[in-house]
Design a protein around this ligand. Structure first.
Ligand code: FAD
Length: 587
């Protein structure tokens, strides 16, 4: 195969630049993006990467040389079968030994040729720039800094923490805690303790919630400072494969970029513009509390907010297009929750669609269509919670050569690389479940790969939790997926009516189930319904990750009386050693 010349790219404002380091020698094998030489101007240094993969035949420059655009750096014999513009096989080859094989790799391609103005003429330059300071972005930035990289974190909002800390996980959980206190206090009336009707000061409750958020977002500022991560408040877009342009006119030159721009609430078409129609962010503002609330969408986010409003005295109705609440979740896990809310909520309308919303003086007039569709109804507030949409298509990513799916999702490989190998995507916009803990896990991987480590996403289980009352949590294999994919499993389920702790909490309606590989007894997944299910599920996740089998969990001594015993009981049931319940052995 004919040798090719690797040349100095366009140097922007500089005619000649000094070579301060030569990083390759004849005989070396290089991949696309591997640095060949380092150039230095009076302002900054920059690596010149290989534009093709192959074996270096000869090197034409030495330290101290002054080079211009077009000068030959080295000649290279292209790798066999390698297209000039193909993506590096590096990860697929070298990493395969240590990192798990990729299931899918986005079709790689070289980034459009960089306008290659060096770092020197950009306002800022970094080894790693992260777009978005949500749980994915700040985790990636902090990990990259801990690994010794120069990091810039660009966030358009005035506070760090993204959706999760500002308008998602944290404020909703603060309100859910308040709701639980109200519900628990009311439930004690049955057992002889009467607190009376709570007096709700929605403004004060909101201020407390905001205080919790403020503590956490302020903490992130400290953590960024301690790590010397530069935080820029601006909206970033790509200008090229190595440069971002910010909405304040500044530019950032980067070696690696981690896209962590998250997602936003999906909108119902033709929704009128009225402050009484809100998304999840608007729903976190409680004051004034509505008398009647309609939640459009029976997913987790809508149902969590429904729990909050119900506990605070609002009459809540839920309308869901499909035939179940929390679509996609194992039906048995949702059933106790459904039963719990049935008598508490004004209406739960499944297989029903909202066809129109009309603002009127007394409230929002909503028209429905479907199986149990009521006549027109008027609500003081309507929460539209029909899912979230990824922000991948808001960044001019195509200018960097990054492929973005139609729904704003950016496809990545197991190392979180997009089709442009030095640009990564993580979190809500990288596909998969839109969860904070998945985003932060991916953030660490992207940062580590950017720092040259052979990390990869190989988690067996991503737990999901609905912090409703009762809580619902699941991890690893679900029965829904096992049935859809024909995966064999054996299930053991422990009703919480057999748990002394659940009875003493007055909450016997929950249960714990584990799914086992029928051949090996290995724990494949599990689900839990009941108070603290979200905390309890971690043991099942650990079991799945570690490849634990039933005996591992059954022989682990669990403290008594705790809800965690129910996980051990399910494993004992599989082993045939359970004594707290009578379950005749089948095997
Ligand atoms: C009400 C609610 C409750 C939730 N509860 C939970 C929960 O209990 N548990 C859970 O795991 N998940 C929960 N989630 C989901 C969770 O919030 C998200 O999965 C998580 O925040 C995703 O993190 P991320 O880093 O991908 O993006 P995000 O948190 O969305 O952060 C993205 C950041 O990027 C910034 N950004 C976007 N574009 C640009 C740009 N061009 N330039 C600069 N900055 C930009 C945004 O301003 C934002 O700060 C909840 C979500 C909501 C709405």
């Amino acid at each position: 195969m004919a040798a090719r010349e690797l040349t100095v790219p366009d140097l922007g404002d500089f005619a000649e630049v000094e070579v301060i380091e030569v990083l390759v020698k004849a005989g070396d094998t290089v991949d696309v993006e591997d640095p060949l030489i380092t150039l230095e101007t009076e302002k900054a240094s920059m690596d010149v990467p290989a534009t093709e993969a192959g074996r270096i035949v000869s090197v034409a420059v030495s330290v101290g040389d002054r080079v211009s655009a077009g000068d030959v750096i080295a000649t290279l014999e292209p790798a066999a079968g390698e297209q000039a513009a193909a993506a590096p096989e590096r990860e697929a080859g070298a990493d395969a030994e240590e990192a798990p094989a990729r299931e899918q790799r986005p079709e790689a391609q070289a980034a459009p040729r960089e306008s290659a103005r060096p770092a020197a003429d950009a306002t800022h330059s970094a080894d790693v720039v992260v777009i978005g300071a949500g749980p994915g972005g700040y985790t990636a930035a902090f990990r990259a800094a801990d690994l010794g990289l120069k990091v810039i974190l660009v966030e358009r909002w005035p506070t760090l923490g993204g959706v999760c800390l500002n308008v998602g996980c944290i404020p909703s959980k603060a309100l859910l805690h308040a709701a639980k206190v109200v519900d628990d206090a009311a439930a004690m009336a049955e057992h002889g303790i009467h607190f009376g009707k709570p007096r709700i000061d929605a403004a004060k409750l909101g201020a407390w919630k905001n205080g919790v958020v403020g503590k956490l977002t302020g903490g992130l500022v400290q953590l960024a400072r301690q790590r010397k991560v530069t935080v820029l408040q601006a909206t970033a877009k790509f200008e090229s494969a190595h440069r971002l342009v910010l909405d304040n006119g500044e530019t950032v030159h980067f070696e690696h970029c981690i896209i962590a721009a998250g997602s936003e609430s999906a909108r119902l078409p033709d929704t009128p513009d009225d402050p009484r129609i809100v998304d999840s962010t608007g729903a976190l503002e409680l004051d004034p509390l509505p008398k009647r609330l309609l939640v459009v969408g029976g997913g987790i986010i809508g149902l969590e907010m429904a729990c909050v409003y119900n506990a605070l005295g609002t009459k809540v109705s839920v309308v869901e297009l499909t035939d179940s609440l929390m679509p996609g979740t194992d039906a048995d896990l949702v059933r106790p929750f459904r039963k719990f809310i049935e008598s508490r909520y004004e209406a739960i309308m499944l297989n029903t669609k909202v066809t129109a919303m009309r603002p009127t003086v007394p409230g929002i007039e909503v028209t429905f269509e479907g199986e149990n569709a009521p006549e027109k109804e008027i609500y003081d507030r309507v929460l539209v919670a029909i899912g979230r949409r990824a922000n991948g298509d808001r960044l001019d990513a195509e200018k960097a050569g990054v492929k973005v799916g139609r729904n704003g999702i950016i496809e990545v490989d197991k190392q979180q690389r997009t089709n442009v190998p030095h640009i990564f995507a993580i979190g809500d916009l990288a596909g998969g479940p839109m969860l904070a803990h998945k985003a932060s896990h991916e953030g660490k991987i992207a940062a580590e790969v950017a720092a040259g480590k052979k990390s990869a996403f190989d988690a067996r289980a991503i737990p999901s939790v609905a912090y409703t009352d009762p809580e619902i949590a699941w991890t690893g294999l679900t029965e829904t997926r096992a049935k859809a994919e024909g995966i064999a499993y054996e299930k053991k389920q422990i009703p919480w009516s057999a748990s002394g702790r659940a009875l003493s909490l007055g909450r016997p309606e929950g249960f714990t189930k584990l799914l086992f590989d029928p051949e090996t007894g290995r724990i494949l997944g599990g689900g839990i319904v009941g108070p603290s299910a979200g905390d309890l599920i971690s043991e099942v996740s650990l079991a799945v990750e570690m490849g634990a089998d039933a005996a591992d969990v059954a022989l682990t001594i669990h403290p008594h009386p705790t809800l965690s015993e129910t996980v051990m009981f399910a494993a004992e049931a599989y082993e045939g050693t359970l004594t707290d319940l009578y379950m005749p052995r089948k095997r």
